[in-house]
Design a protein around this ligand. Structure first.
Ligand code: ATP
Ligand code: MG
Length: 429
């Protein structure tokens, strides 16, 4: 039960579902592809959490239950990335609970949400927790319905912000490697952070995501874009091809039967739906300047421009950066990746000379490595699958960290939660 609505209506048994509960459950929409980790101190809480994980509304979410409370979580997250949601059971009294949470927040990524299942029915504590960034405080005993409802209230609420962060990748010229980098960064995000990633290949005529991920789906992005009125989460699900444990693809048809002239808003419904269904959306935008490609770049949470170190790339990047800065005055400038650097005998513009007129520092410089890239492309494998130790794979991993707002895995940034809890304890002094 949550303090806010069910505090005095506790179910007696953690596992049973009453008629009332069943009715409440039926009103809930499916939970998106989020990762959830629970740390439970008692079987009385662990068991309804496990049952919740088996509920059909949670079928897309990845839920893992650990025994052990906040102390176990702190130890665990010293070396592992935090998921989209952490469920923590704690029998500690309020003061100690707040202290433990402050400690945990040191290892918690800012985007992770936290729900506490406590044993103290204390309105003061509830208010303090909510103020300090905890998404909900639920008092034990809890039922399976309570768990599904609380997860749902955080991630499914139609009023809530879409959970997904969209990252658009575009090349400054054709063939610079923008798609290859987009796919590899998406793959790195899904495997490093165990976070669900959807890749949308927007190059309908010539897209290569299907080749790079070795997929041949019957349907894909074209179905969605030619019948936008049908696009909802269920429909989108059917169009996604699973490429890896946490990675799915909206593949391009890569055929020329149709032509692909779209309205500026043609992809809006699709992008919006995808952002409601997974925490990360990678948009592989072809190198064109049209109403719809411009609109996608303007609306994305992040834009990554890939360029090779040559004059035409510099000119195009400059135009794109200036335009995007103008159209997105309240956002940071696009990110720059310099790719295919060091082609033998090719005169190139050095990274400093390249970035100086743009006013942005490249987030990465990737060397020209035809053997590695060629083998990966021809075998439908990611670079990390071909040669996990290659320095280029290390750079791709770094890009994945930066684009998801994570610093290095080991030295994590203090979470929003932590700074808030810090402020709280200072105020009390
Ligand atoms: N650093 C690199 N070294 C060597 N080859 C590379 C590198 N980066 C990309 N490539 C290769 O360059 C080719 C073009 O890559 P890709 O299709 O990703 O580019 P693009 O910018 O998306 O092109 P398009 O304009 O067709 O969308 C691919 O064969 C890819 O394997
Ligand atoms: Mg491409």
């Amino acid at each position: 039960m949550t303090m806010s609505n069910l505090a005095y209506d506790a179910p007696v048994d953690g596992g049973d579902t009453s008629q009332q509960d069943i009715a409440a459950m039926q009103a809930l929409r499916p939970v998106p592809r989020i990762s959830i980790q629970a740390f439970c101190e008692t079987e009385g809480v662990a068991s309804p959490v496990r049952l919740a994980g088996d509920d059909r509304r949670m079928a897309k979410a990845h839920l893992k239950v650990h025994m052990g409370g906040i102390a176990t979580a702190i130890e665990f997250y010293q070396s592992a990335p935090t998921p989209n949601l952490i469920l923590l059971e704690s029998r500690s009294e309020p003061k100690q609970l707040l202290e433990q949470l402050a400690q945990l927040s040191e290892y918690c990524d800012p985007s992770s949400k936290v729900v506490v299942i406590g044993h103290y029915n204390d309105v003061g504590l509830y208010r303090e927790l909510i103020r300090s960034g905890i998404s909900e405080y639920v008092i034990a005993p809890v039922s399976m319905t309570d768990i599904v409802s609380v997860v749902s209230s955080i991630f499914v609420d139609p009023e809530a912000e879409p959970i997904g962060r969209s990252i658009a990748f575009i090349g400054a010229k054709g063939g610079v490697g923008s798609s290859t980098i987009a796919h590899n960064v998406a793959w790195a995000m899904s495997s490093l952070f165990k976070s669900e990633v959807v890749v949308a290949d927007l190059d309908l005529a010539f897209g290569t995501a299907n080749i790079n991920f070795d997929q041949d789906p019957a349907q894909g992005i074209a179905e969605a874009v030619f019948s936008p009125e049908r696009v909802d989460e269920v429909y989108l699900d059917r169009l996604l091809a699973q490429c890896a444990e946490h990675l799915s693809l909206l593949a391009a048809p890569s055929t020329l039967e149709r032509v692909y002239d779209f309205d500026p808003d043609a992809f809006s419904q699709l992008i919006d739906t995808a952002q409601r269904s997974a925490p990360l959306l990678v948009l592989d935008v072809p190198h064109i300047w049209s109403g719809w490609s411009k609109s996608i770049l303007v609306k994305a949470d992040e834009v990554v421009i890939t360029a090779t170190p040559e004059l035409a790339n510099l000119r195009n990047t400059k135009n794109m950066v200036d335009m995007l800065k103008r159209l997105r005055p309240n956002d940071p400038p696009p990110r720059l990746v310099i790719n295919q650097a060091g082609v033998p005998k090719r005169p190139e513009i050095g990274p400093t000379d390249f970035s100086e007129p743009l006013g942005i520092t490249p987030m990465a410089v990737i060397q020209f490595e035809p053997l590695l890239f060629g083998n990966a492309a021809n075998n439908g494998r990611m670079l990390g699958e071909m040669d996990a130790k290659s320095p280029i794979v290390g750079i791709i991993d770094e890009i994945a960290h930066v684009l998801t707002g994570r610093s290095e895995i080991k030295i994590k940034k203090k979470a929003g939660l932590g700074s808030l809890l810090g402020k709280l304890s200072r105020n009390k002094k």
